[in-house]
Each structure stands twice: as C-alpha cells, then as structure tokens.
Design a protein around this ligand. Structure first.
Ligand SMILES: Nc1ncnc2c1ncn2[C@@H]1O[C@H](COP(=O)(O)OP(=O)(O)OP(=O)(O)O)[C@@H](O)[C@H]1O
Length: 257
C-alpha cells in the first residue's frame, strides 16, 4: 500500500473540470514531480489533497498506521495527520519575525495545556525554550538563522520561499507538498534550493510531491514525474522518459523540457 493513493479524483468548477479522473500513488520516501502547462490543474490537485477543496468524486487515501480517507476532511485535520504544504503565493505572517513565523507553525502541532499556558507554569517556559531551539535548528538548515529577528516582509523573495518551507517542516509532516518553491528565484538560489530539497527529504524522512515550472530543478530532484494537461494525467514516468515523451513535449507547445 502506498503512503498516498489518489483514485479517480475529479473536481468540477461549474462547467469546467479542473481535475479529471486523476490516479496518483506516492510511496514512502519518494520525491515525485507534478508538472504541466499553466492552468493544467496542479494547484487544484494540491488543494484537493490538503482539504482546501472537496472532491466532486474520487478518493484520497493516506496510509500511515491505518488507512485514512481524506476526502472532505478540514485542512487542519489533514495537517494533523502529517500532510503539509507550501503555497504558490507566499503566505507568511509578513508583520512577524522570521523566528515567530516558525514558532507559530510549531505551536499548531505541539499544543500546551490551557492551564499550563494561562498560569505560565515552569513547563510552559521549558516548552517554549524547546520550541525555540527546534525553530532555530530548522532556520540554520535553511540559512535563515541570522535573519531570525528580521520581519518576514523584509526578506528577499528567495528567503521568503525558504521560510515557507521551514514553516511547513515545523509541523513535522510525513508528506510534504511544495507548490512552485523556485518561483521568482534566480538561478543561484534555485541551485541551492535543489540541494536543500534533496537534503530535507533524507534528513526528515519525507515523501515529497513537487509542483514546479523550473525543469532543471524537476529533472534533477524528482525520481518520478506526473504530467497534467487540461486536468488529465497525460504521462507518468522517470525524468528521462518524460523529457522524451512526445505528448508532453506537445503539451509544452514544442518547447524544450
Ligand atoms: N476556485 C476556482 N473556481 C473556478 N475555477 C478555478 C478555480 N480554481 C482553479 N480554477 C480553474 O481550474 C483550472 C486549473 O487551475 P490550477 O490553478 O489548478 O492550474 P495550475 O496547473 O496550478 O496552473 P499554474 O501553473 O498556472 O499555477 C484553471 O482553468 C483555473 O482557472
């Protein structure tokens, strides 16, 4: 049984079928790409997998210890099961510091008892210390530790995208969805991000599904790739197979992959 199994998943918006009868499987510790031209349905698929949208039909099954049907679950419940994501349009708390942004994410997973929090018992402060240490450890990996007190709004675009990944990791996911993590990055930043993605997959024992338009990143990190066009899967395979697939090349209007 795979970690994630998407079966015949469909999403209609009025007369438009944004995701049409899609079947995807992700095995534990796989790093899989999801590509396709603009409007192909990639983000809609992520939104279906993370509870933002309810599927029109089909199933999303997540197997950790037991099989969980994710259809119709609220996003916070899906997050609690160990699925986390980043967003194409960055969603940081712009008026909080880098460190605070990570602490907020850590707090969503590790809740203090209400009494402990209100009375500020010693364990409250101990716990706060542990969380800060954990947040700083993550920031070091992403080379953001020296910016811990900087407001998120004052980070460069590339740094904001890295902070988004740190926040997603802080929830201790088993399955991580990355939505265009290299968007807006320069080639140097993209190359560094490529290495970071490989590193966190190993270090955090992660399964990753990655939407990305930057083909050098996709072809470098992904073990397998799914291709969507007009909501339908048109190809699945190894990076070399996808690069040479005539249907995929046509979908990209004859452009080189
Ligand atoms: N909430 C919505 N209501 C109506 N139509 C929508 C909605 N969300 C997405 N769509 C439509 O569904 C289709 C798929 O959009 P989606 O954003 O999933 O594509 P994408 O592959 O992520 O594109 P891009 O690479 O440009 O981000 C598009 O035609 C889009 O206009």
């Amino acid at each position: 049984m795979p970690l994630l199994e998407v079966k015949h998943l469909t999403k209609n918006f009025g007369g438009l079928t944004a995701v049409s009868n899609v079947n995807i499987t992700l095995d534990k510790n796989e790093l899989v790409g999801l590509i396709g031209p603009n409007g192909a349905g990639k983000t809609t698929l992520f939104n279906l997998l993370t509870g933002v949208y309810v599927p029109s039909s089909g199933d999303v099954l997540f197997e950790d210890q037991t099989v969980q049907r994710l259809n119709g679950l609220k996003p916070y419940k899906i997050a609690k099961l160990g699925l986390s994501r980043t967003f194409q349009n960055i969603r940081l708390f712009q008026d909080l510091s880098v460190l605070e942004n990570v602490l907020v994410a850590l707090n969503t997973t590790k809740e203090q008892g209400t009494i402990t929090g209100i009375l500020r018992l010693p364990s409250f402060f101990k716990d706060e210390e542990v969380k800060e240490e954990e947040a700083r450890r993550l920031l070091v990996i992403f080379d953001l530790d020296e910016k811990a007190t900087t407001l998120a709004s004052n980070l460069s675009y590339g740094e904001q995208r890295r902070l988004e990944i740190v926040r997603a990791l802080a929830t201790q996911p088993k399955l991580l969805f990355l939505d265009e993590p290299a968007a807006g990055m320069n080639p140097q930043e993209t190359a560094e991000l490529t290495e970071l993605i490989k590193r966190i997959q190993k270090e955090f024992d992660l399964t990753i599904l990655l939407i990305e338009h930057d083909m050098s990143l996709v072809m470098d990190v992904c073990e397998r790739i799914y291709v969507l066009e007009y909501g339908q899967l048109i190809a699945e395979g190894l990076p070399e197979e996808i690069k040479a697939n005539p249907r995929v090349i046509k979908a990209y209007l004859g452009g080189e992959l």
